[in-house]
Design a binder for this molecule. Structure first.
Ligand code: SF4
Length: 467
């Protein structure tokens, strides 16, 4: 599918070359010859041809329009992965850019595990849950998989050899319009590699969103990723256009992020856009309904659950994030972390359980109990662990306890508690079997409750010896 072509000797030739695929093993030392070429011209031409040029440091060449190539003339392209997207058709681009977006769960999609038809556009369309709880079908896609960042776990990182391509705003907007009109999806999630700069990348994503909302009159659900270090004006425009925005923090602190990337700054580039978005949502009445999410890669930075949960609790409290997502680290070939052990899925599950306790059960970070390593115990869920460690709290009387106390009982959830409170207005709970009728797990709840002052009794199954 991808055809290497002879190497160009000038930047302009690089840009003209169709389907150029160069990598560090094949790029000769190259000098730009036209000393007067402004760097911005080069950048604009490269962008229009879907090319990202990486300099000798591996960073994409600056797109700063004030910079001129005169300083860049001696730049030697000792490392480059340059690809023109012109030879790639839209389905090929979607294959690459849909694949690149697959691992991002901050959009609330149900992830990679879903069974999808291969060799079909629908493989990039995921079931997802909208903020109001409605199940929707969402196209997950990158604007570009060119990236100047070096996240050590990421398949899209700058040093990793792979074909790169970019959706121009109208290509992506038009593609989604067709998908939407064909009733294949009613929502879109757009993320991106950082191609050139956050500003330039955000501009391209916002142009896509603008076209969707304007030219294509799309009124459905739109989730935009905010690039690291995104500027206030871009964040504001993203919030105006999208229903939800997100920044993936990936790690709970700057120290942990340093184990995952040498090119991202935690406070300035990742936390700051969320803080700016929160201020805008708080102060702009028209943005009041917009929401934010984030995602952690679990286990890649050798962080503990305690550290992730502490950061999560702070994000819910201070930035009022709608959701935090967790993704158990799985090594990707040809990345610096490909020798790192994968994170067991049980860690991801336990973090989601703790997260639900924060959001729906009134638990705080101080309620969580961790093991000696600082992780949530794997042998049982965090709510049951809390109950076992608080014998002074139980048993509680099911017919009188308030909602908050009922939510502490293992086996009872927000829905069953609501039903219990409703039913208590007209009925008394006297038998444990009544709990099954409200959707509770009566076996788990039984050791922790009283029914009208009595310890619940259950009909025991017949033992083989009693037959
Ligand atoms: S910023 Fe990091 S995580 Fe995002 S695409 Fe680039 S390398 Fe991957």
């Amino acid at each position: 599918m991808f055809r290497p072509v002879p190497f160009a000797t000038t930047a302009e030739a690089f840009i003209r070359a169709p389907a150029t695929v160069l990598d560090s093993g094949t790029v000769p030392t190259t000098r730009f010859k036209k000393r007067s070429t402004p760097r911005s011209n080069l950048a604009d031409t490269a962008a229009s041809a879907n090319i990202v040029i990486h300099g000798e440091s591996g960073r994409a060449i600056s797109m700063d329009p004030r910079a001129h190539l005169s300083r860049q003339l001696t730049l030697e392209l000792t490392f480059a992965i340059i690809r023109s997207g012109e030879a790639m058709d839209i389905p090929q681009k979607l294959d690459l850019l849909g694949l690149g977006a697959q691992a991002d769960l901050a959009c609330g999609s149900c992830g990679e595990g879903q069974k999808r038809v291969r060799d079909d556009i629908s493989r990039w369309i995921y079931p997802a849950v909208r903020p109001d709880g409605k199940l929707i079908r969402m196209l997950k896609v990158l604007q570009t998989n060119a990236c100047e960042k070096d996240c050590f776990y990421c398949a899209t990182r700058r040093e990793r050899e792979q074909p790169r391509t970019t959706f121009q705003p109208d290509e992506l907007a038009h593609l989604f319009d067709q998908i939407h009109r064909a009733n294949l999806a009613e929502a879109i999630f757009i993320s991106s590699g950082v191609a050139g700069s956050s500003t330039r990348t955000m501009a391209r994503m916002i142009a896509t969103a603008d076209l969707l909302r304007g030219k294509y009159a799309f009124r459905g659900y739109l989730h935009l990723k905010l690039m690291p270090g995104a500027e206030s004006a871009a964040i504001e425009r993203a919030l105006q256009l999208a229903d939800r925005v997100s920044v993936n923090l990936e790690a709970p602190s700057s120290e942990h992020l340093a184990k995952l990337s040498s090119t991202k700054r935690y406070a300035e580039e990742l936390l700051a856009p969320l803080q700016i978005a929160k201020r805008l949502i708080d102060h702009e009445p028209k943005l009041r309904r917009k929401t934010m999410t984030t995602q952690f890669v679990v286990g890649a930075a050798d962080e503990t659950d305690r550290e992730i949960a502490a950061r999560t609790a702070q994000l819910y409290r201070d930035l009022r994030l709608a959701r935090v997502y967790y993704s158990a680290f799985q090594p990707v070939e040809n990345t610096p972390l490909d020798g790192h052990a994968p994170t067991p899925l049980i860690r991801e599950n336990r973090l989601y359980q703790a997260d639900f306790l924060f959001r729906q059960y009134g638990f705080t970070f101080d309620d969580l109990i961790f093991d000696a390593r600082g992780n949530l115990p794997v042998e049982s869920d965090p709510k049951t662990i809390w109950a076992i460690n608080h014998p002074e709290f139980f048993p509680i009387e099911l017919n009188r306890a308030n909602r908050e106390d009922l939510l502490r009982v293992p086996g009872l959830g927000p829905i069953s508690v609501r039903r219990i409170v409703q039913m208590r207005r007209t009925t008394k709970f006297r038998a444990i079997e009544q709990l099954a009728r409200v959707g509770a797990d009566e076996k788990r709840a039984a050791p922790f409750i009283l029914l009208d002052g009595r310890v619940p009794t259950r009909q025991l199954p017949l033992l083989p010896s009693s037959r």
